[in-house]
Ligand binder design. Structure first.
Ligand code: CU
Length: 158
């Protein structure tokens, strides 16, 4: 850890309690957003939503300038066949986590302006019932990726 990082961490440690008194921080956090590289004009985004608050919230919608439309999807087994279907919202329990990951819930991007290429980044805005809009930057990983590469790299550097 560099000296600068240490200093900014110290600053955060002092500032956060003060900020907490003046204004409640947003309890919803969106972690590790990533997408798979897409062969065509349809893509999937995965991420983790954490709720540090005492009240449940709901992810209602997502939007991004790189796609004509974006839907919340889940995957279910129908006999031996995995099927995707749109869901109205994704609940995030108080002090809970909602995980969007391969084989489960995901954000479906349709009518992509261009196929998603590994190494690309694009903005995504998530709309929550209580927390409002939260914008994140999505990293595009390889077509076969099962998780965000940045997370693994981070861990190796420490
Ligand atoms: Cu889907």
């Amino acid at each position: 850890m560099t000296r600068r990082h240490l200093l900014s961490l110290l600053a955060v440690a002092f500032l956060v309690p003060a900020a907490g008194l003046a204004q409640k921080a947003n309890p919803i956090h969106v972690d590790q957003p990533w997408a798979r590289a897409s062969a065509g004009m349809t893509g999937a985004v995965y991420l983790t939503v954490k709720n540090d608050g005492d009240t449940a919230d709901k992810l209602l919608a997502v939007r991004t300038p790189v796609a004509g439309s974006a839907e919340l999807h889940t995957m279910t087994m129908d006999g031996n066949v995995m099927k995707m279907r749109p869901v109205l919202d994704i609940p995030v329990a108080a002090h809970g986590t909602a995980e969007l990951k391969p084989g489960g819930m995901h954000v479906m991007l349709m009518d992509l302006r261009a196929p998603l290429k590994q190494g690309d980044k694009f903005p995504l805005t998530l709309k929550f019932e209580k927390a409002g809009d939260i914008s994140v930057e999505v990293a595009v990983e390889g077509a076969g990726a099962m998780g965000p590469a940045t997370m693994n790299m981070d861990h190796m550097q420490r």
